[in-house]
Design a protein around this ligand. Structure first.
Ligand code: UT7
Length: 326
């Protein structure tokens, strides 16, 4: 049986750090509130001239170098982002040019914070079907440019970054064992950007009304996230007849420490087997899981044969989970 396996990872975080005390000077908030309610202490902010493809380039280059591959060795590029360089062409095409992946097809997907796992799902299907043999999947976000820096309910949450993985087929008992994606469009209003698309095209009015920034019903999203993520981690383990004790590491989407703790508690997983890095990067949407995965791999938290579980939740609403044997 053919499975897809991650053969390399890479990530990139912009240099500039914005701390909670910096935010105290910008909006009516406190370090205590942000730390208690979210677990976030600081986040990275891209420079004015950095767009999503620039961050994606750095992460992808690292993943390629670590696998001793060149851009031209890649057959397909899937980029998950809600902050693409421009409405079109896709950020994947711009990245394709930057890394010299002249033999690749390239496209973007939009599944907000679940985007990377959606990308992994698509890549996994292509590899299993034999359509493609080497796929680059990236999550890249410059959320600082769609964040309303006057809205304290959202601006304390987000950060910028990118993560990349390269997938190849394997006939070994490893790689992506199981992967699920889900959505419920009836809840789209919980997390969205109202302006700038064909519903409310950019105009002086949409800009004056700040419609080009993220709007979120935080508390409703929080409750739905906790319920849903608890259910999907239990389900994917049961479906694969895996005991939580066999799990080496849970790598959750990094939105809120309380959501992560609730999910881990539900399957009885101690927090030392959960990758948490949101205290330094905030919520980087589609980039959060590949950044965390790269950190886990590079710091020796994942070893050959380990079972790891990835899960994400975000705008759409969308949610997803993946069980991987490293
Ligand atoms: O990644 C995609 C999915 N997104 C998420 O998963 C985010 C999910 N939501 C959350 O993480 C949480 O809902 C938040 C962190 C956004 C908010 O935490 P909460 O415990 O749900 O707080 P809340 O929205 O119920 O607000 C509680 C209070 C409110 O004041 P009142 O009405 O009780 O007087 C807010 O106005 O906290 C106030 N508040 C703040 N206070 C200080 C909201 N934002 C801030 C702030 N600083 N930055």
């Amino acid at each position: 049986m053919v499975r897809s396996k991650i053969i390399s990872t890479g990530s990139y975080l912009p240099e500039k750090i914005l701390t909670n005390s910096d935010l105290e000077k910008m909006v009516d908030t406190t370090d205590d509130w942000i730390t208690e309610r979210t677990g976030i202490k600081e986040r990275r902010i891209a420079s004015n001239d950095q767009a999503a493809s620039d961050l994606a380039y750095e992460a992808s280059k690292l993943a390629l170098d670590r696998a001793s591959l060149k851009g031209e060795d890649i057959e397909l590029i899937i980029t998950a982002t809600v902050t693409g360089d421009m409405p079109f062409p896709s950020t994947a095409c711009i990245l394709q040019h930057k890394i010299g992946a002249k033999n690749a097809a390239a496209f973007d997907i939009n599944a907000a914070c679940s985007g990377f796992l959606y990308g992994l799902y698509i890549a996994d299907s292509f590899i299993k079907s034999g359509m493609h043999k080497r796929i680059l999947v990236i999550g890249t976000e410059v959320l600082s440019k769609i964040t309303d820096w006057e809205d304290r309910t959202t601006c304390v949450l987000f950060g910028d970054g990118a993560g990349a993985v390269i997938l190849e087929p394997t006939e070994e008992e490893r790689g992506i064992i199981s992967i699920n994606i889900n959505s419920d469009g009836s809840l789209w209003e919980l997390l969205h950007i109202p302006g700038g698309g064909s519903r409310n095209p950019v105009s002086r009015d949409t800009v004056d009304r700040r419609l080009h920034y993220i709007k979120m019903k935080g508390n409703e999203t929080f409750k739905f996230a906790v319920r849903t993520l608890e259910d999907i981690v239990v389900k994917i383990l049961e479906d694969n007849k895996l005991n939580p004790a066999q799990l080496s590491l849970l790598i959750p989407h990094q939105a809120n420490l309380r959501i992560i703790q609730a999910t881990a508690e539900r399957i009885g997983l101690p927090m030392n087997r959960v990758l948490v890095n949101l205290y330094k990067y905030g919520n980087t949407s589609a980039a959060s899981i590949p950044i965390a995965l790269d950190e886990a791999f590079m710091t020796g938290k994942i070893k050959d044969g380990d079972y790891i579980l990835l899960e994400a939740f975000g705008g759409g609403l969308t949610w997803a989970s993946a069980l991987i044997r490293w």
